[in-house]
Structures are given as C-alpha cells and as structure tokens.
Design a protein around this ligand. Sequence first.
Ligand SMILES: [Zn+2]
Length: 281
Amino acid sequence: MKNIIYAKNIRASIYKPKKCEIISINGITYIGGSNSIKEYSEAVLKNSADIEQIISRAMEVEKMIEYDAFSIKEDILLRYIKLGEILDKMGIVDKFYSNSECTCMIESLDDLKDDSFEYFTSPENKELIDNSILDFVNDFGLVGVNDIQDYFWGVNSLGELDNFTISIIAEPISLIVNDICCFYSFVKHANPEYDMDFDIKVSLYCNQNKVWKSEYVFKSLWHLIRYSLVSTLTSDGEGLRQCPQCNSWFIPSNPKAEYCSAACRNRYNVYKCRKAKKENQ
Ligand SMILES: [Zn+2]
C-alpha cells in the first residue's frame, strides 16, 4: 500500500519551489522562492495594488512540487532533529525553552524581526543556522509554520497579520527556529506534563480493481514531522536514541544498537582501550 502526502492548500509545506533562498526584508529573514519574494517585496515597497497577481504569477513559475514525503518521514524527522542538535549546541534551545512548554506568541510582524527574536548568539552562528534551515527547506519544502495557530496571539496565522500575503511563499526563519527549539526540547526532555497535538487525515478507499488503499493527508511538513515522531517513539517504531559517542539522535536498525554507526562504535571502543591502557600505566 502506497501512502502519499499531499497539500490541500498552497500554504502547506509541501509547496516546494525549485530553489529557495534566504532573503531579508524589513529586518526579518525569510526562506522562500527567491523570485516570488523579490517581486512581492518590490510591490510592497511601491505599494502596488497587484500583489495578488504577482503571487499567482510567481507560483506558476515556481510550481508546487508534490513528492512522497510519507515514504521518507523518518529521514525528514531525523533531519529536523539534527537542526535541533545544531541549535542546542549553541545554547539556543535552552535560551527559548527550559522545558517542553513552547510557543512564542506573535502579535505583530515586529515580533518576528531578527533583533527582537534573537534566534542566534553571533553573526557567524546566524549564518550557520540560516543555511542549515535553507538546506532542509531545499530538500523537503517549507515547514508550514505560518499556519500554526499556537504561535499567534489573537490572529489565526501570518496571513492575517497586516495583510501578510507573503506568508504563502516564504517563512520567517525566526518562526522556524522557534518550532525546532520547541520540537527538540520535547524530544530531549520527556516530560509527562507536556503533549503534542497535530492534525492528520486518513482516507480509506478501493481502486478500480477493488484493492484497498489508504492515503495519509498532512496539511504540511509540520504535521508530518510530528506524525513521524509518533510512529518512531511508540510501539509501532524502533524508538529514537542518542548516540553516546557523537550525541546524534538516530533510529536504531536493531533493538540492541547502541551507537548511530559502526564508526561511532569503533571510536568508542578505541577510546575505552586507550583509557584502560592509561589507567594500567
Ligand atoms: Zn554516533
């Protein structure tokens, strides 16, 4: 049975422009299709009335790519957790979340500005963070944070903020970082007080030959990543472990696997040998 993920609306993360870029507009750093953002921001600066047209033209040029994200949901999950590891090493996860309680509250666009939402501790690590997230988005598509109501206080999404039409074609990195910190913190500190909600739609149907088929529909990667965590952490999956050698999170290929790779297992054994030798001297 082949499961597919598809987007019901254009805001979903499965909208995958051919190539995304990082672009800064009015103090906010975004990831999105470069042509659409540039055209859009020029239109905004000129207060042009044909923003909607620009958006639809840009969508036509950059096309929505559908791909079978469900079949690689573990890879997507591990890559998202990897982004969490990067932020954690810089102390950014703890900066925002001391426990699994998460969600920043967005009331206006100013809340998303790079200097009000300090998701970095130096210009160098801002560049590393921005580029790591860009790599993720270029591989899998936008995350879908624009639609997550938990992040918005009194508004439904970025789309409702100050006529923020750009949310269809781009996502502020600050909001993605916020979500990664929240997600990673949840994974790292298992805490009975916190849970995670997300939406999933499952369809059952039979095809022309009367063979049963199922279809999982996720509105965005945001929901798929969470579903992937469920299937990995609970009894249906192999679990998620942190490698004692390199601290990377991995899905063990067999129940006894302690290390993420043979290389890490060997490195640990060499380390153990050296330590024992030293102690014997
Ligand atoms: Zn390792």
